[in-house]
Design a protein around this ligand. Structure first.
Ligand code: ATP
Length: 233
């Protein structure tokens, strides 16, 4: 694994936390998270399936162990992507603030952590538990998302800018050179344009229910598991 040597001689690792329901993991997740890893030069990414997502309809979310298995299979060729069961082990709703605190408590203090999220999810961040504290704790990487119905990324970023200033803090300032919003106290929010992959888990579940193919929407090895176990029928 790559390490970065600081002036002090201390090694710094750059780690991404990617939370979601992953019900199931799909080619959109796989493609964009690989791009983020490369774009931000991250050493490792933890994929963290939620137990009960506070912002989603929970009916239809399959067992966490099956979701974990599908994530493992999707990244079986790359050990830099690791599944974490921390949210599944906690009972009740999965709150990002608790997850970030958990990783901060177990990783070396000099680890540089990022929380990775799609634009659609970030645009609800002001409804997340203790979101103000969360933005003090960890920088966000917000990925563009084709499925928001807004293909024009210039407009997507404009909407994000208004949202950040009106709903989070009007002290966030846009830094074009760093492609992020910076704040005097809070952590930065980075904007990252990914290849548009217009796939969602909802669409995959619908396809399965209707007996339609999910080929190319999920990795082949995940498709095989879904078929063998009869998931989402
Ligand atoms: P559902 O359709 O069930 O709501 P989903 O496809 O949005 O699910 P999640 O597991 O909820 O998948 O997504 C986890 C994270 O990945 C979220 O931050 C979401 O915005 C992001 N994400 C999911 N699919 C894409 C995609 N195609 N492009 C960019 N980001 C994505």
């Amino acid at each position: 694994m790559k390490c970065y040597c600081l002036k002090s001689g201390v090694f710094l690792k750059r780690i991404g936390l990617f939370g979601g329901t992953f019900n199931p993991i799909h080619m959109g997740h796989v493609q964009v998270i690989r791009e983020v890893k490369e774009g931000f030069d991250l050493d490792k990414i933890f994929l963290i399936p939620s137990a009960l997502p506070p912002h989603k309809e929970t009916a239809g979310i399959i067992d966490g162990l099956d979701r974990i298995e599908m994530i493992r299979l999707a990244f079986s060729d790359d050990s830099d992507f690791v599944v974490s069961d921390v949210e599944l082990k906690r009972s009740g709703f999965s709150y990002t603030i608790d997850t970030v605190r958990h990783f901060k408590s177990i990783l070396p203090e000099n680890t540089k952590l990022f929380f990775i999220v799609g634009l659609d999810a970030f645009l609800e961040v002001d409804t997340w538990k203790s979101y103000k504290d969360l933005l003090l704790l960890i920088p966000f990487i917000v990925m563009s998302r084709a499925a928001t119905g807004q293909r024009d990324t210039v407009l997507q970023w404009k909407n994000l800018g208004s949202y950040i200033k009106s709903r989070i803090s009007n002290r966030y300032k846009h830094s074009a050179s760093r492609s992020c919003y910076i704040h005097d106290v809070k952590q930065p929010v980075f904007l990252f344009e990914v290849t548009p992959v217009d796939i969602s888990s909802t669409e995959i579940r619908e396809h399965i229910r209707k007996g339609r193919t999910i080929k190319s929407l999920v990795p082949k090895i995940v498709e095989d598991l879904i078929k063998t176990k009869g998931l989402y029928l």
